[in-house]
Design a protein around this ligand. Structure first.
Ligand code: ATP
Length: 457
């Protein structure tokens, strides 16, 4: 974990937010390499789940929605975490997390933490004398709402409370009528959306795993429960999620598992929920959730807004409120998982063996030396040729060995060196990140060579 965090800062993947002011709790910025990796994850997800399917459309709704959205969805009353406070330091913790940590050290005590009510958590803490990580007494657990509030309006006193969205899903539900009225969609169909959500998380210190500002990639897949079996549909979506993570993101199946939520743990809106967990450096944790939300949300919004959110079957004329299956992922957790999976410390180098299509840069181009104009010109030509099609980095600093090592650390799968032979026969050296072997390829053939390597052709 420490190695990954250090690499992230050293190589421009992730920086602590507002670093010069001492940082901001659970907040991180993405540097040049990180921004590219994030974009690649987003694009892969969007292509895989929205663009390549005939039964999906995309959406980009707002972060700030009408406040009734969150009343109807139940987030204002039920989007809570159990909070305890260290009586001395006043530091806040999640009661369930402290209990989990305590159980790890006391394996003889078995309890399903997810099933405990807030009062039972309080009783468990006091019965077992669980203290804060600083060794102090804790307050009784209280419900802590995760929604961030903000104010709309410039005139003091006339301001109204808005909430920064706690999930992107609600924008899909509130646009359901717009979508069916403006698109030729028929059930079953889904709506996919990627965007920022905000949660006033109490837990800190888990790097980008749990942040107050996060990016979600969510799908609401609408269907008629009388003609589509929800269990079969859920299995199909679970398979699609698994395939995406293993095949598109290159994650080993050994580091993945499904976990079904217990009856008491499930959210208020869900009839069945699974988490796709990844084995992060600090243990198995949720990467992606899938829930059968029934028609809870659309019904709630229809009741509060008085809008007609029903769907009429074009063949039978049957009018009803569709049900949904929701696969909800965190882009930042995928990012973390990809780094954790790809990080390799070898004897003489550190390598980020990410899938080539995900790498922040596909190819790096180097002139052998920077002080020979003919080499610089030729290398710049190669750079411009390839940068039309691929994500290409340029490096003319220091010696070639150092340039290779630095590209290995950001996961660049191939490095091209333009040398004196290039000037004679227009071939360049292509060095492979994983094997470190080098081959000579003609400049004319580079585009096809990399397209093949990336599986585009
Ligand atoms: P957790 O149990 O870890 O708090 P959750 O069950 O509240 O997560 P969901 O509401 O199902 O999460 O959100 C869908 C996805 O959004 C999660 O699977 C996760 O990848 C991501 N996510 C949720 N909260 C955060 C956060 N604070 N920081 C980063 N990603 C998050």
């Amino acid at each position: 974990m420490e190695d990954i965090v250090a690499l992230c800062k050293r190589r421009g993947f992730v920086y602590p937010t507002s670093d010069i002011y001492g940082g901001l709790t659970s907040s991180y910025d993405y540097g040049p390499a990180g921004a590219e990796l994030l974009r690649n994850i987003r694009n892969l997800w969007w292509n895989y789940f929205v663009k390549r399917r005939t039964d999906m459309v995309g959406l980009d709704s707002q972060i700030l929605l009408h406040p009734n959205t969150w009343v109807a969805s139940g987030h204002v009353s039920a989007f809570n975490d159990p909070l305890v406070e260290d009586k001395k330091t006043h530091k806040r913790y999640r009661a369930d997390h402290l209990i989990e940590a305590w159980i790890k050290q006391h394996p003889d005590k078995t309890v399903v933490v997810e099933d405990l009510t807030i009062d039972q958590m309080g009783e468990f803490i006091s019965a077992n004398g669980i203290q804060s990580p600083e060794g102090n007494e804790l307050t009784k657990p209280q419900k802590f709402n995760l929604l961030f509030e903000t104010k709309l309006g410039v005139v003091e006193g006339e301001k109204s409370t808005l909430y920064m969205r706690g999930e992107t899903a609600q924008g899909i539900f509130t646009n359901f009528k717009n979508i069916i009225d403006s698109n030729r969609v028929t059930l079953p169909f889904g709506v996919g959306q990627i965007g920022k959500s905000f949660r006033n998380e109490i837990t800190t210190g888990q790097f980008i795993f749990r942040t107050i500002e996060l990016e979600q990639a969510e799908i609401e897949y609408f269907f008629d429960p009388e003609t589509t079996d929800w269990k079969t549909l859920m299995d199909e979506w679970k398979q699609a999620m698994w395939d995406f993570v293993t095949k598109e993101l290159g994650i080993s199946a050994e580091h993945l598992r499904w976990r079904q939520h217990t009856d008491k743990e499930r959210s208020h809106y869900s009839k069945d929920t699974y988490d796709l967990d990844y084995e992060f450096p600090f243990g198995w944790k949720e990467l992606w959730g899938i829930a059968y939300r029934t028609n809870y949300d659309l019904t709630q919004h229809a009741n509060l807004s008085k809008a007609d959110l029903s769907y009429t079957d074009p063949k039978t004329g049957k009018k009803f409120i569709p049900h949904v299956i929701e696969p909800a992922a965190g882009i930042n957790r995928m990012f973390f998982m990809i780094l954790a999976e790809a990080y390799r410390k070898e004897e003489k180098r550190t390598v980020l063996a990410v899938k080539p299509a995900l790498a922040p840069t596909n190819v790096a181009v180097f002139p052998l030396v920077a002080n020979k104009p003919e080499l610089m010109d030729k290398a710049k030509q190669v750079f411009s040729l390839l940068s039309k099609q691929f994500s290409v980095a340029w490096d003319a600093r220091g010696n070639i060995g150092k340039r290779y090592l630095s590209q290995d650390e950001v996961g660049t799968p191939w490095c091209i060196t333009v040398d004196y032979t290039t000037l004679e026969d227009t071939t360049v050296t292509v060095r492979d990140r994983d094997t470190t072997t080098q081959v000579r390829v003609s400049i004319d053939e580079l585009s096809v060579y990399f397209q093949k390597k990336l599986g585009i052709i």
